[in-house]
Design a protein around this ligand. Structure first.
Ligand SMILES: NC(=O)c1ccc[n+]([C@@H]2O[C@H](COP(=O)([O-])OP(=O)(O)OC[C@H]3O[C@@H](n4cnc5c(N)ncnc54)[C@H](OP(=O)(O)O)[C@@H]3O)[C@@H](O)[C@H]2O)c1
Length: 362
């Protein structure tokens, strides 16, 4: 029998679900054994259910083609087959909240790509390099849910990944004010240029709900556990504009920062290069060796050249310079569907396994 943990993908036929399935091919710890989606797909093989909707650039893994897709709503049945699940279902926020907790209550940990539980006070929202200690709030969540091993953990929004890690690396200089504009790829809306031809040669200055997430989620990640819940930090203040641009993969952020203790440019670059976290120390399977790279060239980071840095799990930063209104400005880039979505969730699951929160079911 396989020693790997058995994984289910809720919403496995969708774009994020496909990314999970691609990233987990040949994973050393996890094996996709179960895929669930809407009743429309249930009962068909994965290959049939996805049909011409396969959006990855690599072929569909052979190991999943013949898996018979289950109905996500048959919670007990799906849960009985797996050690834990990744969630990427597209339902209403209330439905997602409920179904993720229903899985947790069957003693099945849920690592979610969805936003539904990001503000549930005892659900950790984690970037493993930034706030791995927030996973401890799971102990309080389990008490609320009445579970022994079932819980929900989430990853934050894709938009913040191009600047929140950078500001974390500069924490000791105390950033007080941040102004960010994000230039976001169309895959963040689950689209390709084939599905969204209006985006060719176009810019749309609106992404529903994105600015609020971009301003508030970093503060929750920098928060602390108090009385069994995560209490968000109050500083720095962040204001954002989020713009959809004609790029397939890769969210860029142009950012201005003011500090309480203004450092030199050299100090800031040194902090970026030296920044590492628990995933690097533990050498988790999907951890980038170096989380943040600083590029000296004036015309970097570029989406075409840099989005795949560290297989899409690293952050690229460049154009750091002093500013006449704020203290410094820079440009950051991250892969929105890898680090910003499924890859970030897989790294969270690796951390949870290393911390002992995800284990084989007895
Ligand atoms: N795309 C991104 O980059 C991105 C980034 C961050 C967050 N998200 C979030 O991640 C989730 C998935 O996004 P996606 O782009 O992968 O969506 P998608 O391609 O539309 O896939 C949605 C998945 O959910 C299933 N589903 C839809 N309606 C359902 C229902 N009523 N009951 C049960 N299952 C249902 C679908 O099954 P069928 O195939 O059977 O219809 C499919 O497996 C969404 O909540 C989205 O907001 C997406």
């Amino acid at each position: 029998m396989s020693e790997k943990l058995k994984v289910g993908i809720l919403g496995g036929t969708g774009m994020v679900g496909q990314r999970f399935i691609s990233l987990l091919e040949n994973h050393p710890w996890f094996e996709v054994t179960t895929i669930a989606a809407s009743p429309r797909s249930a009962g068909r093989t994965y290959e049939e259910a996805v049909g011409d909707r396969w959006k990855m650039t690599t072929p569909m893994p052979e190991a999943v083609k013949k898996i018979v897709v289950m109905n996500v709503n048959e919670v007990e049945k799906v849960a009985s087959q797996v050690d834990f699940v990744f969630s990427a279902v597209d339902m209403t926020k209330e439905e997602i909240k409920k179904i993720e907790e229903d899985y947790a209550k069957t003693e099945t940990p849920v690592v979610s790509n969805n936003s539904a539980h990001r503000w549930t006070p005892d659900v950790p929202m984690v970037v493993p390099e930034i706030n791995p200690e927030h996973m401890k709030v799971i102990d309080f969540q389990k008490k609320r849910l009445g579970t022994q091993r079932g819980f929900v953990a989430v990853k934050p929004n894709c938009s913040i990944q191009s600047y929140a890690p950078v500001l974390t690396a500069w924490k000791e200089y105390e950033p007080t004010e941040v102004v960010a504009t994000t230039y976001q790829a169309i895959s963040g809306a689950g689209k390709t240029f084939k599905d969204w031809p209006e985006m060719e040669g176009n810019i749309i200055p609106y992404i529903g709900g994105e600015e609020e997430k971009s301003e508030k989620e970093p503060l929750r990640i920098w928060g602390e556990i108090k009385d069994g819940v995560i209490v968000p930090a109050v500083s720095p203040v962040i204001t954002c504009q989020c713009i959809r641009v004609p790029v397939l993969n890769g969210h860029t952020a142009a950012v201005f920062v003011k500090f309480a203790k203004k450092p030199t440019k050299e100090q800031l670059i040194e902090k970026l290069r030296a920044f590492k976290g628990v995933p690097q120390t533990l050498q988790l399977p999907n951890a980038p060796k170096r989380f943040i790279q600083y590029l000296e060239e004036e015309n970097r980071p570029q989406v075409a050249l840099d989005v795949e840095y560290e297989n899409g799990m690293g952050i690229s930063v460049g154009r750091l310079r002093e500013d006449t209104v704020y203290d410094f400005k820079f440009v950051g880039l991250s892969h929105n569907t890898v680090r910003g979505a499924a890859g970030g969730a897989v790294l969270c699951a690796e951390l949870l396994k290393a911390q002992g929160y995800i284990t084989k079911k007895a």
